[in-house]
Design a binder for this molecule. Sequence first.
Ligand code: GTB
Length: 222
Amino acid sequence: MAITITAFENSPDGGRGLARDMRVRWALEEVGLPYEVRLVSLKQMKEPSHLALHPFGQIPTYEEGDLALFETGAIVFHIAQHHKGLLPEDENARARAITWMFSALNTVEPPIVEREQSRYLVGDRPWYGELLPILEDRVRVRLDQLANRLGASEWLDGTFSAADLIMVLVLRRLEGAGILEEYPSLSAYVARGEARPAYKRAFASQLAVANHDRGTKDAKRQ
Ligand code: GTB
């Protein structure tokens, strides 16, 4: 069944793999499923046809036959449930991997996004200089705990799983913050994820959108 996902027409990160469609692209690449990408503008995301797919007017969405999904956690889980390679076969190991998926999304990601968003939301307030270190310390609390649990292991629980895929991309959201670098084991964990061939294919396909866009703009300027 053909799969179509949506992604930013103009990703604010210039295609550096930080937008959440990267999670879906990477999962599809890991299990070897081909997919189409429909690019949408910020305006189109708020129009009825996109809102019918995504009630919150965001990307990514996932269409497969008459099934339409939103929320990257659910999409990656759906892919992992139906194709080998992203969740262990053993029932308990599978349940633990799913637990880690939820913890990446519900426990580790929120303080990271809170810190990042604070600059856009209140970066111009006189007290922002006091708030930022507080938010950064909230991130460090989670990274300390995660690094303790990961120890010298390669992946969160045995072999690579959908949980690592999501956790690696959640940690990548710290790019430029100068915090992840305080945790050599977590930096190495992210690097291991980025070294996977499926990650590289997903990253290249997201970057190609931005490069194509730049090429088109350059051609128009000439
Ligand atoms: N919980 C949802 C999920 O996991 O699917 C969240 C989806 C979401 O946040 N989508 C964002 C979106 O559509 C794009 S990924 N935003 C537009 C809107 O809400 O109107 C968030 C994102 C965007 C850009 C960067 N970047 O450029 O670095 C990183 C992450």
